[in-house]
Design a protein around this ligand. Structure first.
Ligand SMILES: [Zn+2]
Length: 377
């Protein structure tokens, strides 16, 4: 890199940020395809020009750095590799990226954030520096952490990231006889379907299956159908429910109490014969512990869950501090009566939650409130 006059110091920062933003844009293309791996993009820069781009495209495929370098030839000594996550230094499904970077002869590497995965955690940076490569870390780190929030949660906590999504009328109802089939506007519907494609699984309670018989597939956006998780302590949902159809190749997790599974052995056998995973949990007061459900899902490599209903599920997730992110669509409609957002079912009280830092935006004719809870609650 050429020395810069002090007066040009600000101008020197901007292109680096542009390159790192490009990495994150490329990384985003892996949403819904690379889990439980992180989203990673890389660009190779000579002078002020990007000469190669790459990203982690699918789980088990080449990492972003290798994808970026596959076409780079010749002397790369004067080039800089930008990547939004520390390159790996261990043998996983593919050889370590640090080896590929070192072999390529690249002069500098700019990284947005360290990889908290204990298998990496600084080893990648040390390996590169040990080979004489200039390494800097921390450019746009906050954005990089936001991009990989699903990954950061499950690496740190061995639990999937939980995103609770609520669609409600102005007077606080989520459904009922007066509610239209889709409460919110079509732009909101498209956004929710995009979220479904970006999460590993969609979760609902048995009440939602009984009331709406939803498909929980991706129809109004592009992408893969997420796995389905149904919380059904009493094993009450009908065997022909739409969520139990496996014709689109996705996994179906039916979470039931041990007692209900023992009382309906033949139903369980028929469901399991169809490839449905019936997960049994102790339920001391007739209610499944969601923490145990999440831990079990994580053991099946489910790294993120979109929670879509209904009242008692929302109440339980928020009340027990299990949500990482909350999105509420408020649609300009008064229903006057129906199913309230919180507290129905088992006469639960609404949880007390103090929110800090809600963001709002318009989506179609709806208002979307979004907040994220601090990790480690
Ligand atoms: Zn790698």
């Amino acid at each position: 890199m050429s020395p810069l006059k002090p007066g040009h110091a600000r101008a020197a920062v901007a292109p680096d940020e542009r390159f790192m933003r490009e990495c994150m844009k490329l990384a985003s293309r892996g949403k819904g395809r690379v889990s439980p791996n992180p989203l990673v993009g890389a660009v190779l820069v000579r002078g002020n020009r990007i000469i190669a781009r790459g990203w982690h495209r699918r789980f088990g495929g080449p990492h972003a750095e290798v994808d970026c370098l596959r076409l780079a030839r010749g002397n790369l000594a004067g080039t800089t590799l930008f990547v939004n996550l520390e390159p790996c230094a261990h043998y996983g499904k593919t050889p370590p990226c640090t080896e590929r970077i070192i072999a390529s002869g690249i002069g500098s590497v700019v990284i947005a954030m360290k990889d908290p995965n204990p298998l990496v955690a600084g080893r990648g940076i040390r390996a590169l520096r040990g080979a004489g490569i200039r390494v800097s870390c921390g450019l746009l780190e906050a954005e990089a952490r936001q991009l990989n929030r699903f990954f950061l949660k499950h690496i740190a906590r061995a639990m999937p990231y939980v995103h609770v999504k609520i669609a409600q009328s102005i007077d606080g109802f989520i459904g009922g006889e007066r509610a239209p089939r889709y409460l919110t506007s079509s732009p909101s519907l498209r956004l929710v379907h995009r979220w479904r494609a970006e999460h590993d699984a969609v979760l609902v309670g048995a009440g939602t299956v009984h009331a709406d018989n939803p498909h929980l597939t991706v129809r109004h956006s592009r992408g893969h159908d997420p796995h389905v998780v149904v919380i059904d302590g009493r094993l009450s949902i009908p065997e022909h429910a739409s969520v139990l159809r496996r014709d689109r190749g996705r996994g179906v997790f039916l979470c039931v109490s041990e007692r209900a599974a023992a009382a309906a052995k033949s139903k369980v056998q028929r469901l399991e014969a169809r490839g449905i995973l019936v997960l049994r949990f102790p339920a001391p007061k007739g209610v499944l512990g969601l923490r145990e459900v999440l831990a079990a899902l994580y053991r099946f490599s489910v790294g993120s869950v979109l929670v879509e209903g209904g009242s008692s599920i929302f109440t339980q997730f928020l009340g027990e501090g299990l949500a990482d992110e909350l999105s509420i669509f408020v649609t300009p409609l008064m229903l006057g009566a129906g199913v309230p957002v919180f507290g129905s079912g088992r006469r639960r009280k609404s949880p007390f939650v103090r929110f800090t830092g809600f963001q709002t935006r318009r989506v179609g004719k709806d208002v979307l409130f979004t907040t994220q809870f601090r990790q480690g609650r």
